[in-house]
Ligand binder design. Sequence first.
Ligand SMILES: Nc1ncnc2c1ncn2[C@@H]1O[C@H](COP(=O)(O)OP(=O)(O)OP(=O)(O)O)[C@@H](O)[C@H]1O
Ligand SMILES: CCCC(=O)O
Length: 364
Amino acid sequence: MEQVLKILAINPGSTSTKIAVFSNEELIFEKTLRHSSQEVGKYEKISDQFEFRKKVIEEALDEGEIKLSDLSAIVGRGGLLRPIEGGTYIVNESMLEDLRVGVLGEHASNLGGIIAKEMGDGVNIPSYIVDPVVVDELIDVARISGIPELDRKSIFHALNQKATARRAAKELNKEYDECNFIVAHMGGGISVGAHEKGKVIDVANALDGEGPLSPERSGGLPVGDLVKMCFSDKYTQEDIKKRIKGNGGLVAYLNTNDVREVEARISNGDENAKLIHEAMVYQVCKEIGSCAAVLKGRVDAVLLTGGIAYSKLITDMISERIGFVADVKVYPGEDEMIALVQGGLRVLREQEEAKVYLGEVEYI
Ligand SMILES: Nc1ncnc2c1ncn2[C@@H]1O[C@H](COP(=O)(O)OP(=O)(O)OP(=O)(O)O)[C@@H](O)[C@H]1O
Ligand SMILES: CCCC(=O)O
């Protein structure tokens, strides 16, 4: 008989903490805990929110009559760590230190590992993170930018991209590491990755001014003009950063991060909304085209995922432009909670060994 393994998954976002408990692959409890800007805004750093978030998680678990002592492991969404390859990592002291200081920056997902470790240690069960946003499997040639001072970085929706790729591989009756996919995760940020035999060998840095424009991110910009903007004395460093992530893309052009709202405006004849919407799709297609070149045209399928993949208008426009590359498969939304749990299960079932974070890579 199959052993029953119960896992708690913790996924902290900027305005919410999602938690879920699975018994093997079956969801038995789920809750999205929303945090108002007053609640989280009073903390200077994201790591200062630790006690607050842990407490609300504990209260929700109590209400759901979930006992930590019944669990086999806790899995948290990993954060902005030093670059690592994909997989499930045991939360260790080096990782905790980097998550606490925010070695690569502040990100709500930094709390995932910290909270998982604290709660797991309390009942002597292991804590893990799975496929954090800094998964780095770039081939050497993809790291070169154009000046030696600046290496290209791999920051993307690794958890959902890899989960989607594993799902598509299964549907093709293949293992993930036997397939080549191009995965476009289209959410508030958009990342497009070239997956070669289970490794994301190239991907635009979705957080920091590469790739397509997205609801909240600028994507790649004309660099000369950006430099002029930086030195114009009109903007602070924070203003420019915010323009690249947070207030860029659709927010900058159309003052909304909601693609549904943009499509409603298009239906009402708004030509500017139509142009910007089309530009976003066009840029996604260009990025898919570059990934096809990275994979030398050997592509099993193009996978479209994230909230924007619910838009048939957009998935049809993408298919029409890049359908020549490979079959296009659509997986709307994201399956991050089950993806976290599956990462934990692969280790507990000894299908994979938990990786160890060394925290040694120097990163600028
Ligand atoms: N049915 C739909 N049609 C069109 N767009 C949609 C639909 N449902 C959601 N979206 C859009 O998807 C986007 C949000 O996607 P998602 O929820 O994946 O993002 P997120 O989780 O906030 O950010 P990220 O995925 O970058 O972490 C929004 O622009 C939203 O308007
Ligand atoms: C997942 C990191 C990229 C982004 O938030 O846009």
